[in-house]
Design a protein. Structure first.
Length: 278
């Protein structure tokens, strides 16, 4: 059973008290209160995974607006390249799940992509939602929320794709508001060579024996399975931060608290924590 934890607004994230509800309701018992470490709850950041993908279609401007409304600190989003070399925000390798048709972002021009409509299976109310460009996303979020921009490499992108993403961030004056993340370490090395002051994050679902061997990473984005206090302490000793993904339940939240991570990526930023108003 996944036990959802809720928060009302950003101040609630800092409050440090959460409720375990679903299991107790099933047993006919009053929900007990669990107090989080106050110092940790004051500083830990919340990242909305592909925006608030519970309240809107993932990786779209409405999802990003909902994430901002939720009080999240960051939005995590994914960037791919069109056939006419425009960075757009999209996660999947195929258009099938979200758009209901075969093909890939890389095979289509921006004009063609803007004509697409979300698949009916995505739910009602999404018919007019469009795949946004990275530029549209930057314009929407500038000065409002920080952006974790994951560059997804599959071998089809142009050789200067990463550089053009960086230049777009520069042109918008958002270098201090963005971070580039990737599963591919060479992307981070490229970022640091082009723009040393732009923050980077190395995404990992497998363990690393020695985190000091990855100097181009300012932050490590570890799957929840990798979150352990000793591992987090090792990264902190290097002066670097740790993000945990994906945190959607009480067990994961408690694991993050115990390890003292710096940031949690969640699908439901508005439903992660709830302050006890009493």
């Amino acid at each position: 059973m996944i036990l959802k934890i809720k928060k009302r607004k950003k101040e609630a994230v800092r409050g440090g008290v959460v409720f375990l509800m679903a299991a107790c309701i099933c047993l006919g018992q009053a929900a007990p209160v669990f107090a989080l470490d106050a110092a940790w709850s004051q500083k830990v950041e919340i990242t909305a995974h592909r925006g608030d993908s519970v309240k809107a279609l993932e990786n779209t401007l409405p999802a990003f607006e909902k994430a901002i409304e939720s009080g999240a600190d960051w939005i995590e989003l994914d960037v791919k390249e069109t056939s006419d070399n425009v960075p757009v925000v999209f996660h999947d390798s195929s258009l099938k799940r979200l758009m209901g048709q075969d093909g890939t972002i890389r095979e289509m021009t921006l004009e063609e992509i803007k004509k697409l409509h979300p698949a009916a299976s995505m739910g009602p109310g999404y018919n007019n939602v469009k795949i946004p460009t990275l530029e549209e996303t930057l314009d929407t979020c500038k000065g409002r929320i920080k952006l974790n921009i994951e560059i997804k490499e599959d071998g089809t992108e142009s050789s200067d794709f990463t550089e053009r993403v960086i230049q777009l961030i520069r042109d918008k004056g958002m270098t201090d508001q963005c971070m580039i993340t990737s599963f591919c370490y060479s992307v981070l090395e490229k970022v640091k060579a082009v723009e040393p002051y732009l923050k980077t994050g190395y995404i990992r679902s497998k363990d690393i024996e020695d985190f000091s061997q990855y100097p181009a990473a300012d932050q490590f984005m570890l799957s929840i399975e990798l979150i352990q206090k000793e591992r987090v302490d090792q990264i902190h000793s290097l002066g670097k931060k740790v993000t945990a993904w994906t945190v959607n339940d009480l067990y994961s939240l408690r694991k993050c608290e115990s390890a003292q991570v710096d940031d949690m990526i969640t699908d439901d930023p508005g439903g992660l924590l709830k302050l006890d108003d009493q």
